[in-house]
Design a protein. Structure first.
Length: 112
């Protein structure tokens, strides 16, 4: 699997939740086809982001957000209300997915 090392790096860079997962890239690849579709990516991060929302109110505040990723908070707070909605976080994730998907086919595979 050519994508494992770059994908692990990408996950580490853009994680906002607890990554005590042994092999997150394998957990993202739900159908075990060696690639991560946009739907697999969204499903994986939806759960990560729900766990980040410690009080379960549907928003992530700076108190809940990872200190290592704080530089990503303000630019993704599109409505500037001081918190990230699940939609704002997912849009950030999808923008990153699009950047990683070099050939634009909606799947992270050997191009990452």
């Amino acid at each position: 699997m050519k994508m494992i090392k770059p994908l692990v790096t990408a996950i580490a860079v853009f994680s906002a939740g607890n990554f005590a997962l042994a092999k997150p890239q394998q957990k993202m690849d739900a159908n075990n086809d060696g690639a991560v579709s946009v739907e697999e990516f969204k499903t994986f991060y939806a759960e990560v982001d729900r766990q980040t929302d410690k009080n379960g109110d549907g928003f992530v505040t700076t108190d809940e957000w990872s200190r290592q990723e704080m530089r990503h908070f303000a630019p993704n707070d599109t409505d500037k209300d001081g918190r990230l909605s699940m939609d704002e976080i997912m849009q950030m994730r999808l923008n990153h997915f699009k950047t990683m998907d070099k050939n634009g086919n909606g799947v992270l595979e050997s191009e990452i």
